[in-house]
Structure formats: C-alpha cells, structure tokens
Design a protein around this ligand. Structure first.
Ligand SMILES: [Fe+2]
Ligand SMILES: [Fe+2]
Length: 263
C-alpha cells in the first residue's frame, strides 16, 4: 500500500538524513572502473540533479492543490519528499567533487539561472511535461543500473550504494509526474515533444559538462579511457545500449511508466 511505502520511505530517509553518505578522501577520484571518462559521466549527472530535482518539485507543486484523488495526492507527497532528499544528497556529493577540483558547484549555479529562465518563459503544463520526460530518463537510467549489476561492479562501494539508493527511489515514484500530467490536459505530441527537447538539448548539455570536467583534469584526450568508456556504455555491459528499448517506449501512444515494472 502507498501508506506503507510512505512509512518505509520516511524511515529510510530518516536514517539517511542522520547517517548520510560518506563522500570524502576514501573515495578515489576515478571511482567508476578507475576510468576518468566513465566517472565524469556520472559526476556530470550528479551535478545537474540538485537543481533539476528542484525544478521537478516546482512543476508538480503547481498542480498539487487541484488533485482530488487522495492516493495520487499521497504519491505526490512521496515524490516531493524523495526528490528533495535526492537534491540534498547530490549537492553533498557535488560539494565533495568540487573539493577534488571538478567545477560541479559552478554547474549547479549556472543551471539554477537557466532553469529559472525556463520557468519564467514556459507554461505550467509545459514544465510538467518536461518533468514527465525527465522522469522517464531517470527511470530508464535507474532500472538499467539496478537490473544489470555488472554495470556498477567496478564502482567504489559507497558511490555504488548512493546511486542504487537514488535509483530504487526513482522507480518507487516513476509514475507520479505522468499521473499528475494526466489530470491536466494530456496531449500526445505535447508529451513526446518534451522528450525530443530533452534528447536534443539537455542530454547533450550533460555531455558538455562531462567534457568540461575532463578538460579540468587534463583527461579530455585520454584515448584509452575514451575507448574503454565507449565499450562500457555501448557494447559490454552496454549501459546506453540496454536503455534504448525503454527510451523508445515513451513514444508509444498508450505509454504508461508502469508498463515496464522492474522484474
Ligand atoms: Fe530523484
Ligand atoms: Fe524522480
């Protein structure tokens, strides 16, 4: 039941709030497979999460008062609680990344300004549809990571625990933004156009941040690391390759996030 999930989530997050994750000198700089390119991808993702998740919360909160279904309202509360916690924990990770020389806090500042601009120039339903699209990306990243343990086998254990914690919670609330969007004035093209926007603008922006990180540590032209990272993401285990069926499922007319529940 949702109430049980809320209680479980609350207990778990109380534990996290008191113990947190241990970001610090015990973690090597290239904590993913000892590879700067693979590590910089996940570091770039972490850098956009605090402000990104605040944007998601803001877009959902706009509709919170108009929701009449008590179960959906509970789910919205769980969504806001979890995303707020993710935002704080990734900020802590970004703080640590910044102390190791990555410009992750500058990325947070820049993104905050850009997202405020986006909020002031787009309607609430467009912001919500953007959240639905980004939640889909979060879902496929999360389910692929959790379904394929070989993807994180060479991560530092603490960072692995951190990303898996976030991934599990993403799957717990993966339908919420979509279900709130259904209470507005849902439209197929409006919904899918936001995933196209995310794919063409926001995902390349994460790649740009990754390049900036690599440049900052003089690893941008590390051909061996790039070659191993290409193998990791596209061939074996093939993180991005494994995400593709999930990515394209969003373009189905009758798509719902719960169609592909974690096995
Ligand atoms: Fe999240
Ligand atoms: Fe989420």
């Amino acid at each position: 039941m949702l109430i049980d999930r809320l209680a479980t989530a609350s207990e778990r997050e109380t534990k996290i709030e008191t113990s947190g994750f241990e970001f610090g000198s015990a973690i090597p700089k290239h904590w993913a497979a000892n590879n700067p390119v693979i590590t910089s991808f996940f570091n770039a993702v972490s850098s956009v999460i605090p402000e990104g998740e605040k944007f998601f919360i803001h877009s959902i909160r706009y509709y919170e008062k108009s929701i009449t279904d008590p179960e959906l309202l509970d789910a919205v509360k769980l969504f806001i609680h979890q995303e707020d916690c993710h935002s704080q924990q990734h900020h802590a990770m970004n703080d640590w990344l910044s102390s190791t020389g990555y410009p992750s806090l500058n990325i947070e500042d820049g993104l905050r300004k850009n997202l405020r601009l986006l909020q002031s120039h787009s309607s609430p339903d467009t912001q919500l549809a953007g959240t639905v699209a980004m939640e889909h990306v979060s879902t496929i990243l999360s389910e692929t990571l959790l379904n394929n343990p070989e993807l994180s086998i060479r991560f530092h254990p603490e960072i692995s625990r951190f990303f898996k914690w976030h991934s599990k919670e993403e799957l717990e609330h993966k339908s919420v933004a979509y279900d709130v969007y259904q209470t507005t004035n849902p439209n197929y093209w409006h919904r899918v156009s936001k995933l196209i926007f995310v794919s063409l603008i926001l995902l390349p922006a994460v790649a740009y941040i990754q390049l900036k990180f690599l440049l900052s540590e003089k690893q941008l032209f590390n051909v061996k690391a790039w070659s191993k990272a290409h193998w990791y993401f596209w061939v074996s285990p093939g993180y991005f390759r494994k995400m593709m069926p999930g990515y394209f499922s969003y373009y189905r007319n009758n798509f719902h996030p719960s169609d592909r529940d974690l096995k």
